[in-house]
Design a binder for this molecule. Structure first.
Ligand code: CP
Ligand code: NVA
Length: 276
């Protein structure tokens, strides 16, 4: 609905008129920042971008104190945090809704767009199967949570030392399973999804990671093992020739550009829901 309105040149009205959304980002972002700023603008509100370098946080102001001030002036706070615990601190001190724009543990806004994209490709996704190949990271954790919420199955192939924590696997109530290899994970599945092998904050271990993930690249050969209508997803940024081959990322099965665009539409729905 919001996507159709946007395509028809309609901004979607002014549900955020006179509303201010604070975006507190401790890490870089292209898609998440732009999609939130564009969503707020298209809904008639104002977004204010804040980063530690350009706020008193960078000079040691307490995060809880900062959160109280944000809460007093903004109608919602969108936060991208190094540590999930910091996001929880902000939520504790904020009366306004707090939205997780990525932490070391989860990336739920990405999954709103991912679920929209998968449904656009396959309709009802209940009972279907996705395969996560690569790092059992924040995006993988949110796929695990989504498996429980959207009632699909998730095969996960990740090297030793990079598998999701047991506690998070349990969130999926048996819908997420660990596989022994990428080949086993993707066999007959409807979606193949991966992410960078070096997430923000993991740069120090880059060389070791690149060695440890050998054999986990999504290649055209691996995609052939998936179902015939399978789609390829990646939250981006992607690194061609590292976690995914260019032929896959830029190939006919890839829906990554729709997935990126859907960040805008899905987050508009989220903002409308949280700020009625
Ligand atoms: N997928 C995603 O969250 O991208 P950005 O880091 O560019 O926001
Ligand atoms: N796992 C990646 C996702 C980037 C959108 C990271 O945390 O850097």
């Amino acid at each position: 609905m919001l996507k159709k309105k946007r395509r028809a040149g309609k901004g979607g009205g002014g549900p955020l008129r006179n509303k201010t959304v604070a975006l507190l980002f401790e890490k870089p972002s292209t898609r998440t920042r732009l999609s939130f700023e564009a969503a707020v603008a298209q809904f008639g509100g104002s977004a204010v971008f804040l980063s530690p370098d350009h706020t008193q946080l960078g000079r040691g102001e307490d995060l809880g104190d900062t959160a109280r001030v944000l809460s007093a002036m903004a109608d919602a706070v969108v936060i991208r945090a190094h540590r999930h615990a910091d996001l929880e601190t902000v939520a504790e001190f904020c009366a306004a809704p707090v939205i997780n724009a990525l932490s070391d543990l989860f990336h739920p806004c990405q999954l709103l767009a991912d679920m929209q994209t998968w449904m656009e490709a396959h309709g009802d996704i209940r009972g279907r199967r996705a395969a996560w190949v690569g790092d059992g990271n924040n995006v993988c954790n949110s796929w695990i949570n989504a498996a429980e919420r959207f009632e699909f199955f998730l095969n996960i192939a990740a090297p030793d030392g990079y598998r999701p924590r047991d506690g998070i696997m349990q969130n999926a109530a048996g819908r997420a399973v660990l596989c022994r290899s990428p080949e086993e994970a993707v066999a007959g599945c409807d979606v193949v999804v991966t992410d960078s092998w070096v997430s923000m904050g993991d740069e120090a271990g880059k060389e070791k990671r690149l060695r440890d993930f050998a054999g986990y690249r999504v290649t055209p050969k691996l995609m052939k093992l998936a179902g015939k209508d399978a789609v390829f997803m990646h939250c981006l940024p992607a690194y061609r020739g590292v976690e995914v081959d260019a032929e896959v990322l830029d190939g006919a099965q890839s829906v990554v550009w729709a997935e990126a665009e859907n960040r805008l539409h899905a987050q508009k729905a989220l903002l409308e829901f949280l700020l009625p």
